[in-house]
Write a protein that binds this ligand. Structure first.
Ligand SMILES: NC(=O)C1=CN([C@@H]2O[C@H](COP(=O)(O)OP(=O)(O)OC[C@H]3O[C@@H](n4cnc5c(N)ncnc54)[C@H](OP(=O)(O)O)[C@@H]3O)[C@@H](O)[C@H]2O)C=CC1
Ligand SMILES: CC(C)(CO)C(=O)C(=O)O
Length: 300
């Protein structure tokens, strides 16, 4: 399949490399030093200590996306609208867009720009980061859960899942993809903003009485909002979220990594979204609101 990766960073570069290795025609969109390094020496992925390097079309020119059949949409949510609008202006009306981003708001933006019937979405259980320009470091076990926003895309969804499985990326499909995305978001909304603000790792949050209490309060607020918003997340998701956190004690959530690297943080998708939803739905969000306002201040 002809695949283009919009944002060949930690997630897009990693997945694109495996698809390229499996024999697909992959174009990688990147910029700056990361792009320069890939153009010079290829894209290196080190997964659990195992290195591999792939060649490919590395570019900052979006016209390379003109004949893509599948676009892996992997920019940070702060870049979603601008990147999507630029892709849309190309006039490639047949490509399907698969968002692998955290949060549940990117789907709304992408649907507005491309139409729901062209959007697949995935909950991406991946722990990766750009170790240095041209090099992506991946830890642990990767899993994707993919779904279609529109039923006309279900058979394409299945093809895409097969394509990832054949490329050794474990991939499941779900009919209720937004429920799967909310389940992952529950974890991200609980730990990413709090870690970014406090600079604590997941384990440090769990071990600190006050931070843990704040994380629990955030998790409860997100659960309430999900249910009021028609996403039936059961009470046991609270326990599961903290159990999963125990398995990721050493992890610095991506939002903390962004702060430490001086990059834009996904504050709106992982925090502000709930403040706004809470207001719409009549759910109080004091814990989220406090973290959100602090992050906005830091960001400014
Ligand atoms: N990293 C992880 O472990 C996980 C991340 N996610 C989610 O996946 C999404 C992507 O995250 P991640 O891969 O970590 O982010 P990265 O910053 O590593 O990757 C995004 C890449 O896209 C590039 N980019 C953005 N816009 C453009 C453009 N217009 N032209 C060229 N290049 C562009 C960025 O360049 P630049 O750096 O210059 O902006 C960057 O290299 C986020 O929503 C994140 O929350 C989900 C699961 C796990
Ligand atoms: C926890 C993790 C790595 C899960 O994929 C993540 O989504 C993040 O750090 O933002």
């Amino acid at each position: 399949m002809k695949i283009a990766v919009a944002g060949a960073g930690a997630v897009g570069g990693y997945l694109g490399a495996f698809l390229k290795k499996a024999g697909h025609d992959v174009t990688f969109l990147a910029r700056g030093k990361h792009l320069e390094a890939m153009k010079k020496s290829g894209l290196k992925v080190i997964e659990n200590g195992e290195p591999m390097t792939v060649d490919g079309d590395f570019t900052d020119d979006l016209t390379a996306f003109l004949d893509a059949e599948l676009i892996l949409f992997c920019v940070k949510s702060t870049d979603t609208k601008e990147t999507a609008e630029r892709i849309s202006e190309l006039g490639n009306d047949h490509a399907v867009i698969l968002t692998l981003q955290n949060g549940v708001d990117n789907e709304e933006v992408l649907s507005d720009i491309f139409g729901q019937e062209r959007i697949l979405s995935a909950a991406a259980y991946i722990s990766s980061h750009i170790q240095e320009p041209g090099v992506i470091h991946v830890d642990g076990v990767t899993k994707l859960v993919i779904g279609a926003l529109h039923e006309s895309l279900v058979s394409f969804r299945d093809n895409v899942a097969e394509l990832f499985n054949e490329a050794n990326i474990e991939t499941l499909t779900r009919d209720s993809i937004m429920e799967a995305k909310w389940k992952k978001l529950l974890w991200n909304a609980t730990f990413n903003p709090l870690a970014a603000l406090s600079t604590a790792t997941v384990g440090e949050i769990l071990d600190n009485k006050e931070l843990r209490e704040t994380a629990e309060n955030i998790c409860r607020e997100v659960l309430l909002i999900a249910n009021k918003n028609g996403i039936p997340l059961k009470e046991k998701m609270f326990t599961i979220t903290f159990k999963n956190a125990e398995l990721a004690r050493g992890h610095k959530p991506s939002m903390l990594q962004d702060r430490l690297n001086g990059k834009k943080m996904e504050i709106e998708s992982l925090s502000g979204y709930f403040v706004k939803k809470g207001r719409q739905l009549g759910v109080e969000t004091p814990a989220i609101q406090a973290i959100y306002s602090n992050l906005l201040y830091i960001d400014s």
